[in-house]
Write a protein that binds this ligand. Structure first.
Ligand SMILES: [Zn+2]
Length: 244
């Protein structure tokens, strides 16, 4: 955009004038730019909608994008969620498009086509891992939890659960599941999708979240929840030691 084009835009001029005389100029400018830009995620969103057979409103999508950057206090986990949202992970199907000599079949040997949704959700070994996660979470939260790909992959809230703390535990459990899946993306380690391995991953993320909360003096009210998660898991398995 040329300087004269900006100068001739009356509405934009007025908005910039208003921003220039207040506090928080940089964040207000960023917000103005973000709202003025066309949504660059439109294609990604429509691919997800097609894959999942859903149709979300633009405000639903805004919430999902916002959630994905707030889902965890740990950067590495937030990056995982952002990369899933952006469909950035390479799959057999995508690699086949780049190189016809490669196979498009799933790397876990199930014989199905290795699309993104298959690798993250539908593959039989992955599906049974998600079932186990839903079963454990149902025990922790004392509810009958049915997990959907919209919640597990895109981070949407589970309907009919009002408690934000419970929603957070579900989001973190899903995040640790996704990390486990991605750590065994192309080459699967023995027993990598077992219940014990998942519990290890989940507890690691919980301890990271708690440590960050203490350091930043955030979320003091969630510490009781971490205690209840740990005590549930300690009853379920004697393999772990949970300091109080
Ligand atoms: Zn498969």
């Amino acid at each position: 955009m040329s300087g004269s084009a900006i100068g001739s835009h009356k509405v934009l001029d007025e908005k910039l004038e208003a921003i220039a005389h207040g506090k928080g100029v940089v964040s207000k400018l960023y917000r103005l730019l973000r709202l003025s830009s066309p949504n660059c995620n439109t294609l990604t969103q429509s691919q997800w909608q097609q894959d999942l057979g859903i149709n979300l409103s633009s405000s639903d999508w805004d919430n999902l994008w916002r959630n994905s950057i707030n889902m965890s206090k740990c950067v590495r986990y937030r990056v995982i969620q952002m990369k899933i949202m952006h469909r950035a992970y390479l799959t057999p199907t995508r690699l086949k498009k780049m190189d016809q000599s490669l196979s498009a079949l799933c790397w876990h040997g199930c014989g199905e086509e290795g699309t993104l949704l298959h690798m993250l959700w539908h593959c039989p070994v992955i599906e049974s891992l998600w079932r186990e996660v839903a079963y454990i979470l149902s025990g922790i939260l004392k509810i009958d939890l049915q997990l959907s790909p919209v919640t597990c992959q895109l981070g949407a809230r589970v309907e009919n659960i009002k408690s934000n703390k419970h929603q957070r535990v579900i989001a973190l459990a899903c995040l640790s599941t996704k990390r486990l899946i991605l750590m065994n993306w192309k080459v699967r380690k023995p027993f990598c999708f077992s219940r014990d391995r998942w519990l290890e991953e989940f507890l690691f993320l919980l301890s990271m979240e708690k440590a960050t909360s203490i350091l930043r003096e955030l979320d003091k009210d969630t510490s009781d929840l971490w205690v209840s998660v740990r005590s549930f898991l300690s009853v379920q398995t004697h393999r772990y030691f949970f300091p109080v």
